[in-house]
Write a protein that binds this ligand. Structure first.
Ligand code: PLP
Length: 410
């Protein structure tokens, strides 16, 4: 269902006029659709059908408490990558038995925090981490469930090398290293090696790299079985992409589920982030100024890389559409740029688009994942509010920061 649509030439989110909200609350802001998040979660869950599975929503994509709450109510578990993320999911009273803790650089304090909260599984990424974990578990007199993150080195064909976590990245252990650890599992008295983890990258739009990885996981698990080691959980990470561009296709969920059906005797854990929240939001911004310089047209808006860094960091493409449909606007190659003092501060470069007027409102689409979450106070800009729409109602799920917030703790 298209939740962002024009009604009488004006963009709505579900039953709410975005122009009205902008008038009431000012710009910029993020706006999320409750029903889109639910729809995406349910679609994924349904596609997995009878495969024994647990979706652990990747908190790193968007950790707003209200959004975490929606997912908890749908039955989702959570994938956390830091003590802070664990704190947030515990705040919404998530079931600890549905929490997995990932990350290449967990501190002793974070490990202890996870152990004390009896989470479902830690995914470890080095031998040293495993030793530390075993020691802490011993001190706390616990037996801790652990998975090992394996980097099978499959090229995920993701959209940017910064979101490719395969060969040559810092993530996981090579399969032969991991195997040695599984085989000496008995040495670790306070650890139960129950799982295997393999997240290959993010924003992947084809099934092939997943399929290849699943096959490698399958043979690895079969080999372990021959040695008497039976794993309970196969954590395949996240990475399911979304179409950001007009010409991109939806992620082939059915094919993905078919590839996953290989794992009949284990529980499959998915750490999906972007697919669940990515297309649930827009970033609403106002055009401040239009100018031409050295033959280029600049549309200067009131939001920038401090609010949405993906274009600057990954060269990511986000569609930009008007909040009030434009007619008879000239189509001009434009640079949509923000107020930050960096040349890399842009939402679009050299993009053919209807040239808006000063004061017009624009929506930057598909900004629900890694949008607000990666925002900062750079140039001492206040973080912008997050608005959640449900039907004809909206609520502010994070307030706009004030200048006083900028000096908190200084
Ligand atoms: N799990 C791990 C270990 C990750 O690093 C990431 C993101 O990079 C995710 C899950 C979520 O990925 P996505 O949002 O692409 O589903």
């Amino acid at each position: 269902m298209e939740v962002f649509r024009y009604v009488g030439g004006k963009l709505y989110c579900e039953g709410v006029s975005i122009e009205k909200i902008a008038k009431e609350l000012g710009t910029p802001f993020y706006m999320y659709s409750h029903s889109k998040i639910e729809e995406n979660y349910r679609e994924l869950d349904a596609a997995l059908g009878r495969i024994p599975h647990l979706i652990c929503y990747a908190v790193k994509a968007n950790s707003n408490l209200s959004i975490l709450g929606i997912l908890k109510n749908l039955g989702s578990g959570f994938d956390v990558l830091s003590g802070g993320e664990l704190y947030k999911v515990l705040k919404i009273k998530a079931d600890p038995r549905k929490i997995v803790f990932d990350g290449v650089g967990k501190t002793k304090e974070e490990i202890e925090y996870g152990i004390l909260n009896n989470i479902l599984m830690f995914n470890v990424e080095s031998f040293s981490e495993l030793l530390i974990l075993d020691n802490i578990a011993k001190k706390l007199k616990k037996e801790v469930p652990v998975g090992i993150r394996i980097n099978f080195g499959i090229d995920p064909h993701s959209a940017h090398r910064y979101i490719d976590t395969s060969k040559g990245s810092k993530f996981g252990l090579e399969a032969n290293e991991a195997k040695k650890i599984y085989l000496q599992a008995k040495k670790f008295k306070n650890i139960k090696l129950v799982g295997l983890h393999s997240h290959i990258g993010s924003q992947i739009l084809e099934v092939k790299p997943f399929e290849m990885t699943f096959k490698l996981i399958f043979s690895f698990v079969e080999e372990l079985k021959k040695q008497g080691i039976n794993l309970k959980y196969i954590d395949v990470g996240g990475g399911l992409g979304i179409p950001y561009k007009e010409n991109e296709n939806k992620f082939p969920l059915k094919e993905y589920a078919r590839a996953l059906s290989l794992f009949k005797n284990c529980k499959v854990i998915l750490e999906t982030g972007r697919f669940i929240v990515g297309n649930s939001a827009i970033l609403v911004t106002k055009v401040l100024y239009i100018k031409n310089s050295f033959g280029k047209t600049f549309v200067i808006v009131d939001s920038g890389m401090n609010d949405l860094i993906r274009p600057s960091l990954y060269g990511a493409y986000h569609r930009i559409i008007p909040i009030i449909k434009l007619s008879n606007y000239p189509i001009v190659r434009s640079n949509v740029v923000g107020p930050v003092c960096e040349t890399g501060d842009f939402f679009a470069l050299n993009r053919k688009m209807p040239l808006p007027k000063e004061g017009d409102l624009l929506a930057v689409r598909d900004t629900g994942a890694y949008g607000f979450e990666m925002s900062s106070n750079y140039n001492s800009h206040c973080r912008i509010p997050q608005i959640l729409v449900k039907g004809k109602q909206f609520s502010i799920i994070r307030q706009r920061e004030k200048y006083a917030d900028l000096i908190k703790g200084e």
